[in-house]
Ligand binder design. Structure first.
Ligand code: ADP
Ligand code: MG
Length: 468
């Protein structure tokens, strides 16, 4: 190629570069214009973060000095002056979402997770963020999450899809204080407690779980609602269609339901090997024939609270309440491997609302706002005293309706979650669509026990032996 030809190509190259630049600019402008107002603020914030990083990083001691000259520097002529050490600044990639920025920074010698975490409050100031959290997702890189707005303070909504989820017993809860989605795996979990002042979102939270799980034929629901007398009233009136059992505030009826479920648990224990081929339902997972049974006990204090008095009527109620507690304790302590999950909700903040011997065996606990430190302890256990930031006594402002503090036995500490609101219309529609899936798990079991070939222990035949 001649020199003229090369020169002839230069304008073409310039045009190509300009085209790429224009394309890039157009893409950014379109993205900006299509974004909602919250996201636009975040886009502008991300630009500022990128632009200021080279100056900010050394000021926050997030830079390293490399005194060893590079090969190129050694060759260059410095007129006898010493070669200047190089200041290295971590490379920063910045993304945005509606709530703020997510930046990924590379680590440098002497600048790692700990240094970034120490600098987090200063990063929050410089980037105008309410909160900055630094985590490490892979070696050599940290993730810096900065939220401009407090995600806990923004109400969110959830529209149930009506489709069966591919994840079994997966509970999507909402967003944490960094707007990251939070879910809990409820496989192998026998009990969940939900506490909090009235009107702060306990029933809505359960409503969401039912709406999300109802499309699966491998889940069956029963409910005791201590707030109402009949299934036609109250928060669950439109969901009853999808339940195999419902009782109101009558202690005797509740007693009968709990007893029925304890009996189901026992029958499942004796049938498990034969029907499932394993001893724990979770080894094979729930199925339409052996569904996960979710028992919801809302306003749980109704069924357990102490009745004091010596007249026969009060004595009878006291005996029923004590037995209810014993039956539910049985379900929570022994129901896990048989596929029984109990969810207890209460607004009462004393230890007898959900007896501590039940609360302490529930691995997942949530609490919406609480009035006193004692109430927070009754709801979440003693540990909450050590996590003042997450204490639900700080959630009493009405802007925190729908925000709960959660602990999970698998990890230390508590997280705060903004749970979304599911409208009654949406959940009623889901219940209507899925009503045909409601089946009594006791009847399902009885029909299979009847069908199953009798086991001959001496010969070791029967379905279990065949499966082995
Ligand atoms: N996650 C939420 N987001 C926004 N508003 C909510 C949320 N949960 C509940 N609410 C509002 O609070 C009201 C009471 O909620 P509810 O779940 O019945 O409270 P609780 O069962 O704790 O007494 C609801 O009718 C709704 O208006
Ligand atoms: Mg309620």
């Amino acid at each position: 190629m001649s020199v003229q030809e090369v020169y002839g190509l230069a304008p073409l190259a310039a045009v190509a570069v300009a085209a790429v630049f224009v394309g890039w600019a157009v893409w950014w402008i379109v993205r900006y214009l299509l974004a909602d107002s919250m996201t636009r603020l975040s886009i502008r914030q991300a630009v500022r973060v990128r632009r200021g990083w080279k100056r900010l990083a050394p000021m926050l001691k997030l830079a390293a000095t490399d005194k060893t000259p590079t090969a190129l520097a050694l060759l260059s002529n410095t007129d006898g002056k010493p070669i200047k050490p190089r200041v290295l600044v971590p490379a920063l990639k910045v993304n945005h979402d509606a709530y703020g920025v997510i930046a990924r920074a590379t680590c440098l010698p002497g600048v790692g997770l700990e240094e970034f975490q120490k600098a987090a409050p200063h990063l929050a100031n410089a980037w105008r963020c309410t909160r900055v959290a630094v985590t490490q997702d892979k070696p050599g890189q940290v993730v810096i999450r900065g939220v401009r707005l407090d995600p806990l303070k923004f109400k969110t909504e959830h529209s149930p899809t009506g489709l069966e989820s591919d994840k079994v017993a997966w509970w999507d809860l909402g967003l944490d204080e960094y707007a990251q989605p939070v879910s809990v795996d409820l496989t192998q979990v026998p009990g969940v407690t939900v506490a909090g002042l009235p009107g702060f979102g306990k029933t809505s939270l359960i409503n969401r779980l039912i709406s999300d799980w109802a499309p699966s034929p491998a889940v069956q629901f029963a409910c005791a609602d201590g707030k109402v007398s009949t299934a036609r009233e109250g928060d669950y009136a439109h969901l009853v269609k999808r339940m195999f059992a419902f009782v109101g505030d009558d202690l005797e009826e509740a007693n009968a339901l709990f007893r029925r479920l304890v009996e189901l648990r026992r029958s499942r224990v004796s049938a498990a090997e034969r029907i499932l081929g394993v001893q724990s339902m979770w080894e094979v997972g729930p199925s339409p024939a052996w569904p996960l049974v979710v028992l919801i006990i809302d306003e749980a204090h109704t069924y357990f609270r102490d009745h004091k008095g010596s007249d026969p009527k009060t004595k009878k109620l006291a005996a029923l309440a004590a037995e209810n507690a014993r039956l539910v304790e049985d379900l929570v302590k022994k129901g896990r491997s048989m596929g029984i999950l109990v969810i207890l909700a209460t607004q009462k903040s004393t230890g007898d609302a959900i007896p501590t011997f039940i609360r302490d065996v529930c691995p997942v606990g949530l609490s919406f706002a609480q009035k006193t430190a004692e109430a927070a302890v009754a709801a979440l256990g003693e540990d909450i005293r050590e996590w003042p930031d997450a204490n639900p006594i700080n959630l009493q402002d009405r802007s925190y309706v729908g925000v709960a503090s959660m602990n999970h036995q698998s990890q230390p500490g508590f997280i705060r979650i903004r749970t979304p609101f599911v409208s009654g219309t949406d959940s009623a529609a889901i219940a209507q669509q899925t009503a045909h899936l409601a089946q009594d798990p006791g009847e399902l079991l009885a029909s299979q026990v009847g069908d199953a070939a009798p086991i001959d222990l001496a010969k070791g035949t029967g379905p279990t032996a065949e499966a082995a």
